[in-house]
Design a protein around this ligand. Structure first.
Ligand code: SF4
Length: 236
């Protein structure tokens, strides 16, 4: 697996919020997310170095990670990106950590399914239509063409424990989320909503109404804790 960074931190989003974890970030993504804000500014993906301008990265050394973590209190490994499901050895890597008694979370945009790694917890973050704000037509086409997540998400839901975690940008996202919930038959307690943003101001703009929306629909609110605390910096 080609990765750009690995670090110990606390999980910042979703079901395992706040849990000490070792993050492994793969390079490369098959999407190009970008969101338009109220002031017409555009926020691109919070890890552009794995998507819009992917770094070449280096090969993950699982033995070295296991050695480093031996004796530490960390029980969780997070395979994230970029998009880890485009890595051909994702299954082998995930299973090796499970074989060594780690709890593995794979964070994915849901567009690609891998069988044979049923012990992993799959954190699926389908990208809604509001993520199509690219100004560059070539990038927009790339995003639209690849953002086909329904069937592979269904497959993950059948075979693995999972959560669905949505980046919410605007009110109109909610009808899309509810339609997806019905289509995929997802229990409300598996759906997490988090505000789109990479700055305090952008979060603030969305936090209050998203809080109420979660109450209304029976979904769980999740902050993006690492950005709240450290800002949008690498390796936090
Ligand atoms: S799917 Fe994730 S990593 Fe890829 S462009 Fe979108 S936000 Fe970035």
């Amino acid at each position: 697996m080609k990765i750009v960074e690995e670090f110990s931190t606390l999980q910042g989003e979703g079901k395992y919020l706040g849990v000490p974890s070792y993050f492994i970030r793969s390079t490369g993504c098959n999407l190009r997310c970008a969101w338009k804000n109220k002031d017409e500014s555009v926020t691109v993906c919070d890890t552009p170095y794995t998507s819009w301008q992917p770094e070449k990265g280096y090969e993950l050394n699982v033995d070295k990670v296991l050695e480093e973590l031996r004796g530490s209190k960390i029980e969780h490994i997070v395979l994230t990106g970029g998009e880890p499901t485009i890595q051909p050895d994702l299954r082998e890597v995930s299973n090796r950590f499970n074989d060594n008694s780690y709890i593995v979370t794979v964070e994915t945009n849901g567009t690609r399914y891998h069988e044979g790694m049923e012990r992993a917890f799959i954190s699926i973050s389908p990208k809604l239509k509001s993520s199509y704000a690219q100004l560059d037509e070539r990038e927009r086409q790339f995003h639209v063409r690849n953002n086909d997540f329904i069937e592979s998400t269904r497959s993950w839901m059948r075979s693995n424990n999972y959560q669905l975690k949505f980046v919410v940008n605007q009110h109109s996202d909610m009808s899309e989320i509810v339609e997806l919930q019905e289509d995929l038959q997802v229990p409300g307690n598996k759906i997490y909503l988090m505000p789109q943003g990479i700055s305090e101001e952008q979060f603030k703009e969305r936090q209050h109404w998203l809080f109420r929306v979660c109450q209304q629909y029976g979904f769980t609110y999740t902050p993006r804790m690492h950005i709240d605390i450290f800002g949008n910096v690498r390796g936090s």
